[in-house]
Write a new protein. Structure first.
Lengths: 150, 383
């Protein structure tokens, strides 16, 4: 797509370009996603989170199907109390992807319409995909029986 | 004394909350749908997943690059080859690893055979879901599984396993094709091609199936894009996107095939797309058998120690077109012998997400038709 200039978009949002897309500050995530949608990237691909030294990196993938172009929009958040705005108001498809990341990383998506855990049981302790979570469950977790359930 | 005339009283029974699954046979595994019903009409549907969550993404962070491909074959257990293929393609992109031509063609061959087998499972089980409408349903199911069995037998002769063929390696293929196997593959393709009209006669020509699937679960192109449905579901909604064409990998740049598209966006459109895809896969397999290049299938140095194989630091996203749609791997590497983070974009996960958007207003029986037409595999959804 000729009209989509990632460099200009990233600079306008106070971010920069990376090999797979753009890197924007947390406040500029929704404006950036909205601008990409207006520019033709109407297809929602995925949301993923990577744990980095400074906290967590949240990545949204969007695609312009006609121009066959995929852009990954990255933003960062701190380690304690990680929060990013939810992309669901812009892309309905972000719903489950963000719930999964909330479940497995403990990243809070502010403004998510349905912030429940997706994969793990509701009473599961901890966030399994964090690096400090060991491979074997350390807490002797077992799901609550019917008798114990609140 | 005369009896009082029978009076019909309209009563509103309110909404009924009902769980469908995880043990319900038409939920294709362990999907739980929490339904809010008014009479027999769905007011809201909330899919609950995670019953098959095995933590594959966490497991990926503890195994070496070379050890991981077989792990992903357990994700989507109806079309296993695509999972390891997607991982290998992504790892090759990250590491800049070249695949020898013959190896790439052989990987495509297994992938297309698996696509046919997977679509046959889908058609057979969908026939079961629609049940009595199709002569008890089991007839179609048995005919589909008869053809699929031949493919699995061929895969067993080729790789030693019927199912988790493990044919994909980072940088090539594991098993070479013998002339006898190439001959039997041609016979196999003739059989599949001859069976398709028969299967179509039992399903697509049936007015009952048409009545039960036309106009059911319509996904508009706008909704399909915003939710990010993929594969035959996306192409059934009029969007011609196929990873094999958009971002070709392995042998696809050299092969000719069409991408079937339907505009209606209903369950019948998705059915038509998949039926045509089977024929396109037959066409692809024949091209591969005709034009299979000579040469090595794997040129990298075989490894004894998985920790000796490292990929450069960086990020990469690569996808393959699985039987269910775009199966993508988002890799983050810190330059060590194992992935730092690995995200799987599972096509069934993306497709299942559309249910809360299209289920309201359907009858419960039509919800089953919709669910089957999305072709979810819960191992793929939950990973």
């Amino acid at each position: 797509m000729g009209s989509l200039d990632l460099e200009a978009l990233a600079q306008g949002m106070g971010g920069k370009v990376h090999p797979l897309g753009i890197d924007v500050p947390r406040e500029a995530l929704l404006p950036a996603l909205t601008a990409l949608r207006e520019a033709g990237c109407r297809y929602y691909l995925l949301c993923t989170v990577t744990e980095v030294a400074s906290g967590f990196e949240v990545v949204h993938g969007v695609r312009d199907v006609e121009a066959n172009r995929t852009v990954f929009v990255k933003t960062g958040t701190g380690k304690d109390d990680p929060r990013v705005p939810s992309a669901v108001p812009v892309f309905a498809g972000a719903n489950w992807f963000e719930r999964e990341m909330l479940d497995l990383f403990g990243v809070v998506f502010e403004g998510h319409p349905d912030p429940r855990r997706l994969m793990m049981p509701d009473d599961y302790p901890g966030y399994p995909l964090r690096k400090d979570f060991p491979m074997a469950t350390p807490w002797g977790y077992r799901p609550a029986t019917d008798a114990e359930a609140p | 004394m005369a009896e009082a005339p029978l009076q019909v009283v309209e009563r509103d029974f309110g909404e009924l909350a009902m769980h469908m699954g995880p043990q319900h046979p038409s939920t294709h595994g362990v999907l739980r749908l929490t339904l809010r019903l008014r009479g027999e009409t769905v007011v809201a549907a909330d899919p609950g997943i995670g019953f098959l969550h095995r933590g594959v993404e966490k497991l990926s962070e503890s195994l070496g690059w070379e050890q991981l491909a077989p792990v992903y074959e357990r994700d989507d257990y109806v079309a296993p080859t695509f999972n390891s293929l997607g991982f290998c393609v992504a790892a090759e992109r990250l590491g800049g690893i070249q695949v020898p031509r013959r190896g790439a063609w052989l990987r495509t061959l297994t992938a297309e055979l698996t696509r046919i087998a997977s679509h046959l499972v889908w058609l057979g089980t969908w026939g079961l879901d629609l049940g009595g409408a199709l002569g008890g349903g089991t007839t179609l199911y048995m005919y589909c599984f008869r053809e699929r069995e031949k493919i699995l037998d061929w895969l067993e002769a080729h790789t030693g396993t019927r199912f988790h063929t493990n044919v994909n390696l980072i940088g090539g293929a594991r098993y070479d094709l013998t002339p006898e196997l190439a001959r039997s593959a041609r016979v196999l393709m003739n059989g599949i091609e001859a069976a398709i009209p028969e299967l179509w006669g039992m399903s697509g020509d049936s007015s009952i199936l048409r009545d039960r699937t036309r106009g059911i679960g319509v996904i508009s192109p706008e909704l399909a894009q915003a939710v990010g449905v993929t594969g035959p579901v996306l192409r059934g909604s009029g969007i011609a996107f196929d990873v094999r064409q958009a971002a070709p990998y392995d042998a696809y740049p050299e092969l000719q095939f069409d991408v079937p598209v339907r505009r209606e966006g209903d369950a019948f459109a998705r059915f038509q797309v998949r039926m045509e895809e089977i024929l396109q896969s037959v066409r692809l397999v024949r091209q591969i058998l005709d034009g299979l290049p000579r040469g090595p299938i794997f040129t990298r140095r075989p490894l004894k120690n998985p920790k000796a194989s490292k990929l450069p630091a960086g990020e990469a996203y690569a996808a393959v077109e699985s039987a269910r749609g775009e199966l993508g791997f988002y890799l983050v590497s810190d330059g060590s012998w194992r992935p730092y983070r690995l995200k799987i974009h599972a096509p069934s996960f993306a497709n299942l997400q559309v249910i809360p958007h299209v289920a309201p207003g359907l009858l419960v029986a039509d919800l089953v038709a919709l669910l089957g037409s999305l072709d979810p595999v819960l191992g793929d959804v939950d990973r």
